[in-house]
Design a protein around this ligand. Structure first.
Ligand code: SF4
Length: 253
């Protein structure tokens, strides 16, 4: 019999996003779009304010013209421990799993959209249309991910298909899950050219995310913060704030 001590602690997946490194290139958005079979957003979808992007890079401006600076912040599902989307779903289509992931069960969803209305991060998207791809793109659909039909709510899953595949393969080969393993990483993390996004297991003290969290959240001078944390959602995505040397210098003069 396996005792509690012998039992391996389950992973708790999370992400650290260093806003200081993001250059707004949107490679993460394209990688996510293609990994997760997200429908092509045509102009009319944008015009109706209904494009689907599981990760978006918000652009905002700081300063006054002409000293204005463009800033970027990538935003996806925050996989909150206290997710406001979960208690409002009448059919339990969205729930929290034992690895800290906020899961969406597509074929249980009945499309009430209560979850999207209750999400303060606006990271849930409703399929208003039956998805379609141009003929030339049909062979690029990912066979590990379902194609969601009309009437379904969808959102970032931290590329759960990659997590499950790596778990299966490591179980088969008797290997440990390796922190930072490319196959275990989410598509956005692998695509980011500036190492803005770091994905990993918060329950492993040796993982990069755990070390960053310890350094940036526990230290009084750390750059870490959680988005809209005051709402009590307890997100599993940690942001590291921008370092603006010029602003620092001008404030010291
Ligand atoms: S790929 Fe990296 S640098 Fe580019 S927008 Fe996404 S997070 Fe920012």
């Amino acid at each position: 019999m396996v005792t509690t001590q012998e039992k391996k602690t389950e992973e708790k997946w999370g992400m650290v996003i260093d806003v200081d490194k993001c250059i707004g290139c949107q490679a993460c958005v394209v990688a996510c779009q293609s990994e997760n079979n997200i429908p092509v957003n045509e102009e009319e979808h944008f015009n109706q304010r209904r494009p689907i992007q599981w990760i978006r890079v918000e652009r905002y401006w700081e300063g006054e013209f002409p000293d204005v600076k463009a800033r970027f912040i990538p935003i996806m599902c925050q996989h909150c421990d206290n997710a406001p989307c979960e208690p409002v779903c009448p059919v339990f289509a969205t729930y929290h799993n034992s690895q800290g992931l906020n899961v969406q069960v597509y074929n249980r969803c009945i499309g009430t959209r209560f979850c999207a209305n209750n999400c303060p991060y606006h990271v849930r998207f409703f399929n208003f249309w039956e998805p379609s791809w141009p003929e030339s793109l049909k062979n690029q659909l990912n066979p590990d991910v379902t194609v969601r039909s009309r009437g379904i709510m969808e959102k970032c899953t931290f590329c759960i298909q990659r997590i499950r595949r790596t778990e299966r393969e490591s179980g088969r080969d008797g290997n440990e899950l390796k922190d930072g393993d490319r196959a275990l990483n989410t598509a956005c993390v692998n695509a980011c050219p500036t190492d803005t996004l770091v994905f990993g297991d918060f329950n492993n003290p040796e993982s990069r995310v755990s070390k960053l969290r310890k350094k940036e959240m526990d230290d009084h001078h750390g750059r870490g913060y959680k988005m809209l944390d005051e709402l009590g959602t307890s997100p599993n995505v940690i942001y590291l704030k921008k370092v603006d040397k010029e602003a620092k210098e001008s404030s010291t003069h």
